[in-house]
Design a protein around this ligand. Structure first.
Ligand code: ZN
Length: 280
């Protein structure tokens, strides 16, 4: 956990954001199990294990976190439904790196599904809700926030007000209308696809590059652009953006970073999608 992935002058760490289990079919949709099972292990009753790892990027000028994990507000019933096997422990993860919650300067949300936004608001030791990173500017696409405030019928089940209420009208909320670079070398790229306002993150430092595609590439099994999750609201957009973004990054030997991969934190692919180098 204390070893980070070096990217030029950046160092990247994966925090403990909670682990849960979903039915494999819920993640792989139309892809037959005989195919996805070759790439991703599955339990006897058809469940797969998924981490929810906030990614800490330490840059020379700022510390930032991409997505926030499951948080500490799930009820016993929700933990049972989502088969939570490991708890969110972002404070402990940061402490092991000599950091606290107040040290984080920026938070980037790829999108606001509960498994990505659950740690934005936490329950403190007095049982009160507070922003987990009270000094961080929180960056997300305006289209995503519009769907948080007024969710469509499908999004209503996964954009939970309890995770995002405290950010509304807050001076720490920064809504974006397209590409942005909140920290030098940290570029936010709207993608749509998974959700209308979903965004990816490209990290560049001293000639090294890494691409974090959020839930368009939740783990290493999703290299094929046609493998999209059934949770994607606009799957044809997901496929188009994956085709556009993955191939050039592979050619350049870039790292791909994962939020939902219990088997590797980052990897490099060859053109056929074989993992040629992995980290963690
Ligand atoms: Zn997700």
């Amino acid at each position: 956990m204390n070893k980070g992935l070096k990217l030029g002058s950046f160092e990247i760490f994966w925090l403990d954001g909670g682990v849960f289990e979903l039915e494999g079919g819920c993640m792989f949709g139309v892809v037959p199990r005989v195919l996805w099972q070759k790439k991703f292990p599955c339990s006897a009753d058809g469940y797969i294990k998924l981490t929810n790892s906030p990614i800490l990027v330490r840059t020379p000028g700022a510390d930032l976190i991409i997505d926030s994990g499951l948080g500490n507000k799930l009820t016993a019933k929700q933990k049972k439904i989502f088969r939570v096997t490991e708890e969110w422990d972002v404070e402990g993860s940061l402490a092991r790196l000599g950091l606290t919650r107040i040290d984080i300067d920026h938070v980037i949300l790829t999108h606001c599904d509960f498994d990505h936004s659950g740690g934005i608001v936490m329950e403190n030791r007095s049982g009160e809700a507070e922003l987990t990173w009270p000094n961080a500017v929180h960056h997300l696409q305006r289209a995503e926030w519009q769907d948080v405030v007024m969710p469509n019928r499908r999004a209503a089940g996964t954009y939970w007000p309890i995770n995002l209420d405290l950010l509304g009208d807050h001076h720490l909320l920064n809504l974006l209308d397209g590409e942005a670079e909140p920290v030098p070398g940290v570029r936010l790229l709207p993608t749509g696809g998974h959700t209308r306002g979903h965004q990816a993150v490209r990290l560049s430092s001293e000639g090294d590059e890494a691409l974090h595609l959020g839930d368009l590439l939740p783990n290493h099994a999703y290299f094929n652009p046609l493998w999209v999750t059934p949770y994607d609201n606009f799957p044809l957009d997901s496929i188009a953006r994956k085709e556009e973004l993955i191939a050039p990054a592979v050619e350049e030997g870039q790292w791909f970073l994962f939020y939902h991969d219990p088997y590797m934190l980052a990897c490099k692919f060859d053109r056929d999608g074989n993992v040629v180098k992995s980290f963690g």
